[in-house]
Every structure is written in structure tokens, then in C-alpha cells.
Design a protein around this ligand. Structure first.
Ligand code: NAP
Ligand code: F7E
Length: 330
């Protein structure tokens, strides 16, 4: 049975990928950070995982900032596949903590790649890097594809560009099966509560349920290509099953403004958003990504990938999940 090592396993994507790999019969090893709380809500609530499958899930303490833990774990576990999903993933926060963000999102990638090589796995283990549409930033062409030049606009995006090229370099220099998924924004009911999509669907649900009065937001004009995280996690696995390592853009090809997301979410609970949204300068960014939209035709051509859930369906499924949780208290 194949085995996988996932960094960032407690995050949105890590939880979906874990469900998928367990369902495929993998043994899954996850890297978890020590924290004062043992709350790992997403992993505690994995869906459709039998007791037998859950017994194949193993969590290990470590950190992308700590080489020793990575070297020890890769040496001991010798996984067939490594998925590097861990990062300080909040773009706005990266302006407050640029050094930490660079250490984890950029240097952390090299620590992990070197740990794989040092364990003697450089020619056998397959590596997936979580690259991001934020790398396109002030985009030089629309839509963005694998060949579009990067113009990062935040410490987060600069670090992701570094890791993207490190992944290419380990492929070219050391012959590793290392590849990047350049994933555009992907959302779900498991999305962190301080990303704009979830912040808004949660607020709409809570306001409807009488638990909240209003929500404060920043730039409503930014435009994003939002897809469904569950579908995007499946692509990560698919990329590692190809005959050769290649990078892929994964996107829906549809672009909507934050304001459109807000309007759709409040409409889903029969409310007019104008009555509930306030502006707060704190949520503005020093340099913004105004608009990104992806062209995923390479993924469609090579392995038939096409998104099933797009904007309206996605907003609706997230609002419904938040409303249900508000009303049932779960
Ligand atoms: P997320 O929910 O924020 O999860 C991030 C994960 O990284 C968490 O498990 C977190 O652990 C872990 N982590 C953070 N710092 C770490 C460190 N120093 N050492 C070890 N683990 C650490 O992010 P996501 O949405 O699932 O995204 C997964 C990856 O894809 C990230 O690399 C993100 O930058 C990238 N990405 C995301 C999107 C998107 O739209 N979601 C798009 C493109 C790329 P804790 O639970 O302990 O905090
Ligand atoms: O912001 C605007 C904000 O934080 C989206 C990460 O997963 O996707 C994500 O990065 C837009 C921005 O996502 C608020 O200014 C307005 O223009 O939800 P976000 P992001 O920055 O696009 C990429 C692909 C990643 O790789 C990242 O890891 O919404 N916005 N008002 C706001 N954003 C937030 N967070 N909060 C607000 O109140």
C-alpha cells in the first residue's frame, strides 16, 4: 500500500487530501505543530472515513521551521509521496510577519526537499508543492497560465515564487519527481474564518440566525477565481500520478469581485448586504492583487480535469453549511 507524508494536514486542503488518500488505501502521515490547544477540528471531523481507514492516519510533531524534525521523519517514514501544503497562508498577515512568512513558505520548502534527498528518497519519492495564483499578482496577461510571468505583490507571494522555482530546480538539478500546482483561490465550509469568502458566508449565516449584527470588510473591488477546495485536493494527487513531473494551473476560469461574493451570500439568506457591511481600513493591503483568473486547459488536456463547482454553487454550499452549524450549534 502506498504511503504519503502531508505537511499542513490540519488545514483546509490537508483535511480533504487526507480523506481522499485514506479512501484510496494510503497510509497517511501528517506533520503537526505543537500548540497549547489540541483542537484539530478538521481532522476530528473527517467525512466518510471508516475505523480501518482512520487507523492508517498517523500524526507526527514537527515544523517546517525545524530541519531536525523533517530529516528524522523523512528518514524513518520513507513515504512514496510528499505533499507540502504547510504555510503561513494569509496574505494580509504576511505584511505583518514577512520574515516568518519567508522562513516557513520559502526556506521551509528547501528544508523539506533536502530532507527528502538526505533520506535517499530523491529518485523515488514524488513531491507536490502548493504554489499559488498570488504569484501572478499584478498579472501581465489574462487569463494566467503556466507560462505567465510572475509579479508577486506580498511577502506571501514572494515566498511562494521562491518555492515554486526551488521545486523546478530540484527537478532539473537532482532529477526529482517534484511539481507544483498553481492553484487559484479555493474555498469550502472548512476554509479558515479570516479569509474573505468564509468570513462573509459565516457572517451572513450568523446575522440571519440573530447571532451577529454586521461584518467589517476591506477592499470589495478585488476580483478572484474561486473554486471548490475538495475538487482541488484531488488534483494534487492526480499530478503525482502522471508519467512525468509538470506544473499545472488549476482554476475555474470565472472571475468575480468580492462585492459579488458578498451580494450572493447575503441573497442566499434573503438579506440585502448593504444593510450589514461596514468598511475597515485594517483589512486593506499595502499592495493588492486586483484581479486574477486562471486558464486550466493544460490540466484538462493532460488528465481531463474540469471544475464542477463554480461561483454560485460554491457560495450556496458554504452559506448552507454555516447556517446549518449556526442553527444546530455544531
Ligand atoms: P490553511 O488552511 O491555512 O492551512 C495551512 C496549514 O499549514 C495548517 O495545517 C497549518 O498548521 C500549517 N502550518 C503553518 N505553519 C506551519 C509550520 N511552521 N510548520 C508546519 N505546519 C505549518 O491553508 P490551505 O488553504 O489548506 O492551503 C494549503 C496550501 O496551499 C498552503 O500552502 C497555501 O499557501 C496554499 N494555497 C492555498 C490556496 C487556497 O486558496 N486555499 C491557493 C493556493 C495555494 P496549523 O493548523 O497548526 O496552523
Ligand atoms: O482575500 C479582499 C482582499 O484573504 C481575497 C489564500 O488562500 O488565496 C488566498 O489569498 C480578497 C483580497 O484571499 C477582506 O483584499 C476584502 O483582495 O480571502 P483572501 P487571498 O488574499 O486571495 C490565494 C490563492 C492564496 O494562495 C492564499 O494562501 O478579499 N478582502 N475584505 C478581504 N480579505 C480578507 N481576508 N478579509 C477581509 O475582511
Amino acid at each position: 500500500m502506498p504511503s504519503a507524508f502531508i505537511t499542513g494536514i490540519t488545514g483546509q486542503d490537508g483535511s480533504y487530501l487526507t480523506e481522499l488518500l485514506l479512501a484510496k488505501g494510503y497510509t497517511v502521515h501528517g506533520l503537526v505543530r505543537r500548540s497549547s490547544s489540541l483542537d484539530r477540528g478538521r481532522l476530528d471531523n473527517l467525512e466518510d472515513v471508516s475505523d480501518e481507514a482512520r487507523a492508517r492516519l498517523h500524526l507526527h510533531y514537527g515544523d517546517l521551521g525545524d530541519s531536525n524534525s523533517l530529516y528524522r521523519l523523512l528518514g524513518e517514514l520513507k513515504p512514496d509521496e510528499v505533499y507540502n501544503l504547510a504555510s503561513q497562508s494569509h496574505v494580509r498577515v504576511s505584511f505583518d510577519m514577512p520574515e516568518f512568512t519567508t522562513d516557513i513558505n520559502a526556506t521551509g520548502t528547501v528544508r523539506l526537499l533536502e530532507a527528502i534527498r538526505s533520506a535517499g528518497l530523491g529518485k523515488t519519492t514524488r513531491y507536490y508543492q502548493a504554489s499559488s495564483s498570488e504569484m501572478f499578482g499584478k498579472a501581465v496577461e489574462t487569463p494566467q497560465r503556466e507560462t505567465t510571468r510572475f509579479h508577486p505583490r506580498s511577502p506571501y507571494a514572494c515566498a511562494k515564487v521562491f518555492s515554486h522555482y526551488a521545486t523546478v530546480n530540484y527537478r532539473e538539478a537532482h532529477g526529482m519527481f517534484s511539481c507544483s500546482g498553481i492553484l487559484f483561490n479555493h474555498e469550502s465550509p472548512r476554509r479558515g474564518e479570516n479569509f474573505v469568502t468564509r468570513k462573509v458566508t459565516l457572517a451572513a449565516a450568523r446575522i440571519k440566525a440573530g447571532l451577529q449584527e454586521y461584518v467589517t470588510l476591506g477592499n470589495l473591488e478585488a476580483r478572484r477565481d474561486w473554486g471548490y477546495a475538495k475538487e482541488y485536493a484531488e488534483v494534487m494527487w492526480r499530478m503525482l500520478q502522471q508519467d512525468s513531473p509538470e506544473d499545472y494551473v488549476i482554476a475555474t476560469g470565472e472571475c468575480h469581485s468580492v462585492e459579488e461574493w458578498v451580494a450572493e451570500a447575503f441573497a442566499a439568506v434573503d438579506l440585502d448586504w448593504h444593510d450589514y457591511v461596514r468598511f475597515d481600513q485594517r483589512f486593506m493591503r499595502a499592495s493588492e492583487v486586483d484581479e486574477v483568473v486562471g486558464d486550466a486547459s493544460k490540466a484538462k488536456r493532460d488528465f481531463g480535469w474540469e471544475p464542477q463547482v463554480k461561483f454560485s454553487k460554491l457560495v450556496k454550499l458554504m452559506v448552507e453549511a454555516d447556517l446549518k452549524a449556526c442553527l444546530t450549534g455544531k
